[in-house]
Design a protein around this ligand. Structure first.
Ligand code: BGC
Length: 351
C-alpha cells in the first residue's frame, strides 16, 4: 500500500489542487483530489485483471467547479440533494439556505464541493480531508468541522467515513457524488448495467423533484430494482416521479434501516465482470443516471466526452429535504458530539 501526492492543476494562479493516490497490492488505485475532497479516478480490475477507471471526471480541476457539470466525484454538503424553498425550521428557529436551483437548495447551495479541502492526515492506505465551515455558512447553523477519511483496502473496498463536530446542534447530510461506469469506457451508456437496490419504497416527488412526504411502493412500477435488471429496461417509461427524458433521479428508502452498515445496492457490468456493492449505515440512496448531463457533451478525461447517461451516481444519504419532513428517518448533529456515517464501495468481479 502506498499514498502518493502530485499536483493536479490550478483553480487560479495561486490555488493549486493536489491529488493523493492510494494504490493497493492488486494495482487498484484511487486518486483523491483536495478540490471538494473528491474522487478523481478509481481504477479497479475487470474479470481478467485489466484495470480501468470506473468514475467520470475531468482533467482540468476548474471543470469540477461548474455546478452544471454535476458535482462529479465530489463530496457534497452540508445537506445533500434538495431543501424545499431553501428553508427549514430546526429546534424552533428558521434557517435559510441558498436557492441555487429553481426555488430550492441543491447540495447545500454553496462552495462546500468547490473549494480546496485541507489534507489532515495520510497513512499507508488512507487520506483524511478536513474542512471548516463557519456558523452561518450557506445559512446552516454551527461552526462545523467535517472530516472525510477515504481508505482503500487490499480487497478493493473504498471506505468513506464522514465525521462532523459542531459547536451547536445542527443538521448534516454529507455524501459523495461519484458517477460510476463499470465498463471503464466513459463513452458507453450505463443503460446496460445491471442494478439491484434493496428498497421497497422510494420518496414520492413533485414536478420539481422535491419530496412530497409520501413514500411510494416500488412494486409493480419501473422504480422496482429489488430484483437485479438492466437500468435501461424501463428507464424511459412515463412515471409520476420521473421527469420525462431524464430517467432515474430518485431517492430509495433502504429496507431494514437501523443505522448499521448494510448492503444498499449492487451494480454490475456483464461485459467487464466488474461489480460494485454499495454499503451504508444511512437510510437512503439517490439513484441518478446522469440524465441531466449535457446531451451534447463536456470534455471529460483524456479525449473522452462526458454526456447524458454515461454514469450512475449512487449517493448514500438521509432522504432529500428530511429537514422539512418529521416522518423521514434522520439523525441530527448534537453540539460537541461526533456525528459519524460510513459508506463503502466494494468492488469485485464475477467470472
Ligand atoms: C440530483 C440531481 C442533480 C445531480 C447533479 C443529484 O443528486 O438528484 O437532480 O442533477 O445530483 O447535481
Amino acid at each position: 500500500m502506498s499514498v502518493e501526492k502530485s499536483l493536479f492543476g490550478y483553480l487560479d494562479e495561486n490555488e493549486p489542487v493536489y491529488l493523493y493516490k492510494i494504490t493497493n497490492k492488486n494495482g487498484a488505485c484511487v486518486s483523491l483530489q483536495t478540490l471538494g475532497a473528491g474522487i478523481q479516478s478509481l481504477f479497479v480490475p475487470d474479470r481478467n485483471g485489466g484495470l480501468a477507471d470506473v468514475v467520470l471526471g475531468f482533467d482540468n480541476p476548474k471543470d469540477y467547479t461548474n455546478p452544471d457539470y454535476g458535482y462529479q466525484g465530489l463530496a457534497v454538503g452540508r445537506w445533500a440533494n434538495r431543501i424545499r424553498d431553501g428553508k427549514f425550521v430546526f429546534e424552533g428557529k428558521e434557517y435559510n439556505t441558498p436557492k441555487n436551483q429553481g426555488t430550492w437548495t441543491l447540495h447545500g447551495g454553496g462552495r462546500f464541493s468547490f473549494t480546496n479541502w485541507e489534507v489532515e492526515k495520510t497513512g499507508e492506505d488512507f487520506v483524511t480531508f478536513f474542512r471548516f465551515s463557519p456558523d452561518g455558512e450557506d445559512g446552516f447553523p454551527g461552526d462545523f468541522n467535517i472530516r472525510i477519511k477515504y481508505t482503500l483496502t487490499e480487497d478493493n473496498v473504498l471506505r468513506v467515513e464522514y465525521s462532523v463536530l459542531s459547536s451547536s446542534d445542527t443538521v448534516a447530510n454529507p455524501t459523495n457524488h461519484a458517477y460510476f461506469n463499470l465498463s471503464g469506457d466513459s463513452s458507453a451508456t450505463i443503460e446496460g448495467h445491471i442494478l439491484k437496490i434493496n428498497a421497497d419504497y422510494f420518496t414520492e416527488t413533485d414536478e420539481s423533484q422535491l419530496p412530497t412526504g409520501e413514500l411510494g411502493e416500488v412494486k409493480g412500477t419501473m422504480m422496482d430494482f429489488t430484483r437485479p435488471h438492466k437500468i435501461g429496461e424501463r428507464i424511459d417509461e412515463p412515471f409520476r416521479a420521473i421527469i420525462e427524458g431524464v430517467g432515474y433521479d430518485n431517492n430509495y428508502c433502504l429496507n431494514n434501516y437501523d443505522g448499521t452498515l448494510k448492503e444498499a445496492a449492487v451494480l454490475y457490468d456483464e461485459n467487464s465482470g466488474r461489480e460494485l456493492a454499495v454499503y451504508t449505515d444511512l437510510p437512503g440512496i439517490q439513484l441518478y443516471c446522469g440524465g441531466w448531463l449535457s446531451r451534447d457533451y463536456t470534455v471529460g478525461k483524456g479525449e473522452s466526452k462526458v454526456t447524458f447517461r454515461r454514469g450512475v451516481a449512487l449517493e448514500t444519504q438521509f432522504y432529500p429535504d428530511s429537514v422539512n419532513h418529521k416522518n423521514f428517518p434522520v439523525r441530527f448533529v448534537k453540539a460537541n458530539e461526533e456525528f459519524k456515517t460510513v459508506t463503502e464501495f466494494r468492488f469485485s468481479v464475477k467470472k
